[in-house]
Ligand binder design. Structure first.
Ligand SMILES: [Zn+2]
Length: 287
């Protein structure tokens, strides 16, 4: 039997994640949802993005919107601080970072029923002092550095990003996608909101380039060149794939995963004699 764990789900060549920061841009979020929905209806490709949520920014009306988007499967969420003004770095007192890390987790759990697994440091300027604190509460941290992530070499508390900006052209977005397809990487795009206006604010992306980028991604996803996935899906998949091994016993195959059984439940794609199977951590299948 010839068996291996695929680098990405469904043996895709690369992976791409949208993370929308802050959680407070209601109208823009509804637009992204409409775009994702249209793509799903037309191509069968379902995008799931991640909302990095700043607890203090989520009004009851926004909470309602997010709950709807989470339940429809177009978004999930990660933590993005209590009040957005904390820097996870050497200059911040450790107790302040501990307080923010634990309270953000608690409050988001209260709001949505499940605790966030991943943190996304606000403001972009975190360092190893902050990452060490986050390690006590989360399984990964998205940082603000401009970098394509390569499986097997990822620093899990310093996940690299590609930042959306209003002055970027469609070609800049699509060439980032071409780049991950070429090198088998995982790109995490940081977005704030998408806009139909010409003035920039907090690195917005124009509505038009976003639509073009999504169309391009859907095409590449359709031919299995890109897995478009949320931050949670990618981190779970890649961390499990890093640590898991395949155990073969006669016609039985087990995906042995040493990671926390409560958290790491995401199925991995295993290629067995040229065929693909989705197998959950510690699940045994009979061939
Ligand atoms: Zn932010």
């Amino acid at each position: 039997m010839n068996a291996k764990i695929c680098k990405y789900k469904n043996n895709a060549k690369s992976a791409f994640t949208f993370v929308f920061d802050d959680g407070c841009y209601g109208e823009s979020t509804e637009w992204t949802y409409e775009i994702f929905k249209k793509i799903y209806e037309e191509t069968g490709i379902k995008f799931k993005a991640t909302s990095a949520q700043t607890v203090g920014f989520i009004s009851p009306r926004l909470k309602e919107m997010w709950e709807r988007l989470f339940s429809e499967g177009y978004y999930d969420y990660c933590a993005h601080s209590i009040g957005h003004c904390i820097c996870y770095c050497k200059d911040t007192p450790a107790e302040e970072m501990h307080k923010d890390a634990s309270e953000t987790k608690e409050r988001l759990k209260e709001m949505y029923g499940t605790a966030p697994l991943i943190y996304a440091t606000p403001g972009g300027g975190s360092d190893s002092f902050g990452w060490d604190i986050l390690k006590g509460y989360y399984i990964a941290n998205r940082n603000g550095n401009d970098k394509i992530n390569i499986p097997g070499e990822i620093d899990w508390f310093n996940i690299g990003t590609f930042t959306a900006m209003l002055n970027r052209t469609t070609e800049e977005y699509t060439s980032n996608i071409d780049e991950i397809i070429k090198n088998g990487g995982w790109s995490v795009q940081v977005n704030h909101w998408i806009t139909k206006k010409a003035e920039d604010k907090f690195h917005s992306q124009s509505f038009e380039t976003f639509v073009n980028e999504c169309d391009y991604l859907a095409k590449k996803a359709k031919s299995n060149q890109v897995w478009v996935c949320s931050l949670n899906e990618a981190v779970l998949y890649l961390q499990e794939a890093e640590k898991s091994t395949l155990e073969i016993n006669g016609n039985k195959l087990t995906l042995v995963c040493p990671l926390d059984k409560e958290i790491y439940t995401y199925p991995l794609t295993v290629e067995i004699d040229g065929k693909l199977y989705d197998i959950k951590p510690n699940e045994t299948i009979t061939l």
